[in-house]
Write a protein of this length. Structure first.
Length: 462
């Protein structure tokens, strides 16, 4: 940085009011970390823009003085994405939190990036609509697009990338572009929506999103099914999918995690490997799907199945599932969260989970296995003592062995959490020469490497 922090603050305050440009220590600390075990680092300045124009002007100044910029949504990411290791300016989008337009006849909504998924769903409910992507944290839609987030409903509705019709993006030099349009399909030009979704703030700042939304289904039925082993539960999922049952959610929670759920959410679920399921349909279709599903799970030694049709009971069930990571955090005070996150072809999933369980045991670590198993995506959730170097080393080893197992079988090192700094070392193995194409894209769009520098892509300025 060739300007002092004071000079930069002065330049920013020429177009953003004083109270929205700060180097207050508490606010810097709030923007120094994510929700994971990665080491914090302070930004120099945090700005809170309210318009695209302000974001564009911040980027112009940052580009002129080659100051690093980290876009910040809720800070709920898990691989060090928002930690400003190179310091500079953090742009916090929390004040850009307006639902701008609901086009109910087009099943589209236009929002600012700081809108959270629960805020959006509250608004959409008035129209009989909902937004499908639901990561465990109440993340912002800008952050969710930037990490290509997904959640429990992706098996039916798809991931964040499937929902984005258009993004307004401020590039590194302050130029404002749109990456798509409102049409359901297009063969016009490169797929910029696809490029910017999942770019983790390294290619531009998302300042507006146009997203697909869905009608709230006529009938919804949730269920909890327990099995003698994780293997039986996963095999049941594969059979359900192969049978073509249009399942809306299917989540695996192992015994250790069910214990945490019961303690945190005051539930009394059986401590067995469990599938949390949900079906969306009309009444007749749903009845048929559920009968077929019951036959299939019985073939996989399902021990019990309990249904929840009542709205409050379903909400309780999914709230318990969504709060699982927080249940671990609460259950292990003083420890830090480390979550593995791989995704494999569905036929490889049972083997991958068995491999992860045996690696967990042989490394002497305590953790739970859970995941969006309908997508072939699972996590091992570990609570790490950051003062125990040996434990950190064993946790890293576990992460590595799980990633390698997935990569060797055509999977990916991250199904949904993203790369940040934690998964950088696996990109070369996963992408080979395609990683150099990504580096070239980064260089073309951000030649001074100011946007979330050294996250995802590690590069030297030419
Ligand atoms: C308890 C818990 C459960 C979770 N469960 C899931 C899950 O089920 N599925 C899942 O996918 N993730 C999950 N996550 C991870 C996290 O919630 C997601 O990565 C989320 O998408 C991040 O959103 P955020 O608003 O917190 O973004 P942040 O963490 O603030 O930022 C994430 C990345 O996006 C960039 N970014 C943020 N806003 C913008 C913007 N406007 N323009 C450009 N770049 C931007 C940042 O620079 C950063 O690289 C979970 C996290 C926790 C703590």
């Amino acid at each position: 940085m060739n300007r002092t922090v004071e000079e930069l603050m002065e330049a920013l305050r020429e177009f953003i009011p004083e109270d929205r440009v700060t180097n207050n220590q508490t606010i810097l600390e709030q923007h120094s970390k994510d929700e994971s075990y990665h080491t914090p680092s302070l930004p120099d300045i945090v700005v809170f823009p309210t318009t695209t124009e302000e974001v564009s002007k911040v980027m112009k100044i940052a580009n002129q003085y080659k100051v690093p910029v980290v876009p910040f949504g809720r800070g709920s990411s898990l691989e060090g994405h928002v930690i400003p290791y190179d310091h500079g300016i953090t742009i916090d989008f929390s004040l850009m939190d307006k639902v701008l337009e609901v086009r109910e006849n087009d099943f589209l909504v236009k929002v600012q990036p700081g809108v959270t998924r629960s805020q959006l769903n509250k608004e959409l409910k008035k129209y009989g609509l909902f937004f499908s992507v639901d990561p465990g944290a109440d993340a912002t839609l800008g952050g969710m697009a930037a990490t290509n987030a997904s959640g429990t409903t992706s098996v039916k509705y798809g991931v964040m990338r499937d929902q984005v019709r258009d993004l307004e993006v401020v590039l590194a030099d302050g130029t404002v572009i749109h990456t798509g349009n409102l049409a359901a399909k297009s063969s016009s030009g490169y797929h910029l929506n696809g490029l910017f979704v999942g770019s983790e703030g390294t290619l531009g700042c998302i300042t507006e999103l146009t997203l697909r939304v869905y009608g709230i289904p006529e009938y919804i039925l949730a269920a909890r099914a327990t099995f003698p082993s994780i293997h039986d539960a996963v095999k049941a999922v594969v059979s359900i999918l192969q049978a073509g049952i249009p399942i809306a959610r299917v989540e695996l929670v192992d015994e250790h995690s069910i214990k945490q759920v019961n303690m945190y959410s005051e539930t009394n679920y059986k401590i067995r490997p469990t599938l949390f399921l949900e079906f969306h349909s009309n009444e007749a279709g749903l009845k048929q799907d559920v009968e077929f599903m019951k036959e299939i799970v019985a073939e996989h030694d399902c021990e019990s199945i309990e249904f929840e049709s009542d709205h409050a009971a379903r909400n309780r069930l999914w709230k318990a599932r969504h709060n699982l990571a927080y249940a671990y955090v609460h259950g292990y005070p003083g420890k830090k969260l480390m979550v593995t996150d791989v995704c494999l072809p569905i036929s490889e999933l049972a083997g991958a989970i068995e491999h992860a369980r045996s690696a967990l045991n042989s490394l002497g670590l305590t953790g739970g296995i859970l995941g969006h198993v309908g997508d072939g995506n699972f996590h091992v959730l570990l609570m790490i003592n950051m003062n125990d170097l040996d434990e950190i080393k064993r946790a890293d080893q576990l992460n590595e062995t799980i990633v390698m197992y997935a990569l060797e079988r055509g999977g990916t090192c991250t199904g949904e959490h993203g790369v940040g700094v934690g998964k950088q070392k696996y990109l070369e193995k996963e992408h080979g020469k395609a990683l150099h194409v990504m580096e070239k894209i980064k260089q073309a769009l951000d030649p001074h490497m100011i946007l979330n520098p050294n996250k995802m892509i590690k590069m030297k300025e030419k």
